[in-house]
Design a protein around this ligand. Structure first.
Ligand SMILES: [Fe+2]
Length: 254
């Protein structure tokens, strides 16, 4: 399995503080059946982790894993909080796309809102030849209240990633239910852990895939698993035709 969103680099954000904790997280990933992780430190939010810093830290972690014979490959990535100056930061080589150079870029919205410039920015990002992947839309209050906005973002070319822990219910009933609705309406393209530690914010990736298989069938599970591989390889991912939510507010039927 490939996990495309994980805070595994030590001492850079709210993930593991020390290398020993990062190693512990890596061991859990291996037990879970994960072979490749895209390390995605926060950037532009409370934390600042530019491209060159992440590349150095990924190298350091991979060396530590090799020294300990832990069979996990860590690739560079970045979880970028959207800001108006996003493209300036990209031009000045501060931002990192998946695997340092492919077309996918992981973008994070603020928790409770979707800034007014989001549509334009995601459009402009695509004009640069990049593909924005909105991480954990299931946790955003505004999208929950107005899922039509998520539909429009996806219809206009954005991809989305649901968090495995959210899908299996670790973030409460409402977030779990919204995660399912997003998948049902063909508005999700990836499942990833967004793991930060081995306790509260662990992987749950195998559990999520097994549950998806039960609830949506084998082909949906493979769709998500294969998309993680395609993204990592910088190839075009699979998409279904996005569908509008039938009711305006998710809150109405949660
Ligand atoms: Fe994250």
């Amino acid at each position: 399995m490939i996990d495309i969103h994980c805070h595994i680099l030590p001492g850079v954000d709210d993930g593991p503080a020390e290398m020993s904790e990062a190693i512990e997280l890596a061991e859990h990933a291996v037990q879970e059946g994960i072979t490749t992780i895209i390390a995605t430190p926060h950037h532009n939010s409370r934390y600042s982790n530019n491209k060159s810093k992440i590349l150095d830290e990924v190298q350091r972690l991979n060396k530590a894993l090799t020294d300990r014979n832990i069979p996990l490959n860590v690739l560079p990535g970045q979880e970028i909080r959207i800001i108006g100056e996003f493209l300036n930061a990209y031009e000045t080589d501060e931002l990192l796309t998946v695997n340092n150079g492919n077309q996918y870029v992981l973008v994070e919205l603020p928790f409770s809102e979707v800034p007014h410039y989001t549509e334009q920015l995601l459009f402009d990002i695509q004009l640069k030849g990049l593909v924005p992947v909105i991480v954990h839309p299931e946790r955003n209050t505004e999208l929950m209240n107005n899922p039509d906005r998520l539909y429009k973002l996806v219809k206009n070319g954005a991809l989305t990633q649901i968090t495995s822990g959210a899908y299996v219910g670790k973030l409460g009933r409402k977030v779990k239910s919204f995660s399912r609705k997003i998948i049902e309406h063909n508005l999700a393209h990836f499942i990833a852990s967004d793991a930060h530690d081995i306790h509260k914010r662990g992987f749950y990736l195998r559990q999520a895939y097994e549950q998806i298989q039960k609830e949506f069938g084998t082909s949906t599970r493979y769709y998500f698993e294969e998309n993680a591989e395609l993204l990592t390889a910088g190839k075009n991912v699979m998409k279904e035709v996005p569908e509008k939510f039938k009711k305006r507010s998710f809150a109405w039927f949660s």
